[in-house]
Design a protein around this ligand. Structure first.
Ligand code: SAH
Length: 257
């Protein structure tokens, strides 16, 4: 019997095919079978694959169907790549897939990717952490069909007033903002990035006061990241990090002047 090959779960990044890692690209080039998350993985990313290989779009498949393709191919000794959007460890239903591979004694590895939260911050040209403003980033979502533990409700998390990246929630933007207002002041900056790094990327900036209206006007209903927090305001450059300050000493540099 052929020994099953190692299955690779790869983060394809936020969309731009150049934002996959070198390792992810190499594995795609070598793959015999690719199953990709078609709703958010850009088809252009598949141009890294060899011609004529077996490619499946998981958007229209059930977990059983996806795993049948992956397990059978690995058992045949073929190189299988499961391509997720962003990073595969964030909202990717990873464990339900790896759990089945473990039951089948099929080895697997995970190759990280650039999460859309980070690509959205880059699109906004913003820094998520700033001294004295916020040193914490929360990745979260609002409760929808998927339940969220009570202690992690947006209304609870907002009490920290940390920077927050909210996935999978744009459809419920009104509810999101209502909950956020329980902890953040109303003038807290808020931004929405639709399809970060795609050709039709859109950026909306505002505050908790007006972001709902702006999102509705732009008719954004999916594939968007909501980022909230004081680090997004433009008037805080005087809080610049001390890391590069002349009088700040650290392990790699002595104080200057
Ligand atoms: N694993 C992915 C997240 C998958 S969940 C990651 O690390 O990015 C899907 C959610 O991610 C979407 O509802 C949206 O909130 C966000 N998302 C994915 N790609 C995006 C993009 N290019 N721009 C903005 N948000 C994106």
């Amino acid at each position: 019997m052929t020994k099953p090959t190692c299955v690779y779960f790869i983060g394809s990044g936020p969309g731009d095919p150049e934002l996959i890692t070198l390792k992810g690209k190499r594995l795609l080039e070598e793959a015999d079978v690719v199953v990709y998350a078609g709703s958010l993985v850009k088809e252009k990313t598949l141009k890294h694959c060899r011609r004529g290989i077996e490619i499946h779009n998981s958007a229209s498949m059930t977990l059983d169907e996806i795993m049948k393709v992956i397990v059978n191919a690995a058992k045949r000794g073929e190189k299988v790549v499961r391509l997720h959007s962003g990073d595969p460890t964030i909202y990717s239903a990873l464990k339900e897939q790896t759990g089945i591979l473990e039951e089948e004694s099929i080895p697997y590895k995970i190759v990280p990717g650039i999460s859309s939260a980070l690509a959205s911050a880059a699109a906004l040209k913003e820094e998520l952490t700033m001294p004295e403003i916020s040193q914490t980033v929360i990745f979260t979502r609002i409760e929808g069909k998927t339940p969220v533990p009570k202690s992690e409700r947006l209304s609870e998390l907002s009490k920290h007033q940390a920077t927050m990246c909210i996935f999978l929630s744009i459809r419920l933007i009104e509810k999101v903002v209502a909950e956020l207002k329980e902890g953040y002041p109303e003038d807290t900056p808020a931004a929405v990035v639709y399809k970060a790094t795609w050709d039709d990327e859109k950026i909306i900036r505002g505050s908790l006061k007006d972001i709902v209206r702006k999102v509705k006007e732009a008719k954004i209903k999916r594939q968007a990241m909501i980022i909230v927090g004081k680090t997004l305001s433009s008037d805080i450059t005087h809080h610049a990090s001390r890391l590069y300050a002349r009088n700040f000493e650290h392990g790699y540099r002595n104080k200057k002047g």
